[in-house]
Ligand binder design. Sequence first.
Ligand SMILES: *Cc1c(COP(=O)(O)O)cnc(C)c1O
Length: 426
Amino acid sequence: MRLISTRQASDPVRISQAIRVGQAPDGGLYMPSSFPSHAGEIANRHDDLPGFAAAFLHPFFDGDDLQPHLAQICAGAFDIPLPDNALSEHCAALELFHGPTGAFKDFGARFLMACLEQLSDRDAPFTVLAATSGDTGGAVGCAAEGLSGVRAVLLYPDGRVSPFQAHQLSCWREPVTTLKVSADFDACQRLVKSAFADPELAQRYNLTSANSINIARLLAQAAYLAFAVTRRFKAKGVQPGLIIPTGNLGHGLAAFIARACGAPVGPILLATNANATLRDWFQSGDYQSRPSIQTMANAMDVGAPSNFERLSSGALALDGLGVERVEDDVIRARIDQDYRRYGYVWCPHSACAAEAYARLPSSVQQARPWLIAATAHPFKFAESVEPVIGVRMQPSPDLASVLSRSTRAKPCEPDLDALAAHLEDL
Ligand SMILES: *Cc1c(COP(=O)(O)O)cnc(C)c1O
């Protein structure tokens, strides 16, 4: 299988090349040239997630250097519980937060890092540069710890992430370095972009990115969504609807890839926070990126979703798509109401999806099973969730173990010379 750029102005590549470079040379994003409709058939052979994922991903890796290692990579990356937690007859939380850093990012980050480790040349390790507003950096740091072919440099906006997020961005040992940048998230992203755009730096440190434009992350996410939906379909006999909280559209896109691969997915609802770009496009057909605004679902504070280019490329059928925009006061009300009704606590991101479900007419809710993607453990956002539910939350054992680690973050000015000096120091 080859992957092609959404802009179709660079040559098709095999998957390991797409994983190495992240973005295509023409500025586009790589998409598989076709989607095998194999999910149903694999589900008959594999009832464990790692086995299912390896079979699901196989066609994309066919003929590639990584293919012989795929089963082993999946055995490591997907060794995370993936429970459905039924809240009512028709609706269940698909809990994606049982990995070591308590967010769905663990799946994609572990998969991507394992691929890079396999592809690396030990004399010239990859340096993953990740500017993050939250969960990606922690997951990447955790996945990189102890590797020898990949170093990770995590940048975060000092003072603009939650205390827990700051902790889990700075608690990983070698070969992970954390930089707290005295600027906002957009400036961190600009800084990373300018490093990638500097050919000397990029080559010297073998820079690569771990954000959700990397096809490895999307495919890993499509694999567990296909698995979860198939399991629900088998239990209920009707194709489930999927509700995905999304920001950069990585997770949203993964749902469409899962469906394109034959997973029995009904409608796909994307839930955003107050950032309106996607909802406005959905309503008007007109795409206008905007500056991002800060919300309590901060891992989705995106005004220019990178993966929109994939969503609008025509490669994926978008029927059954819905988009709901959810503002902070509504997020709070949803967390409160569902806690009182079901005794269930959503993180602010997952609450956007729960709200999208609540807005459906009851006939639509009852027509099929619905899976609401619960993307992070609510404890990660304790400072905003606890005042709403009026109860102290406990960390999961994984999150408690993150908190028991010591932390170290180096201050960094938001300019390229400062970043280059840190890279030289690695
Ligand atoms: C990253 C993240 C999202 C959004 O994922 P996208 O890939 O940007 O769609 C949602 N919820 C949580 C908890 C996240 O960390």
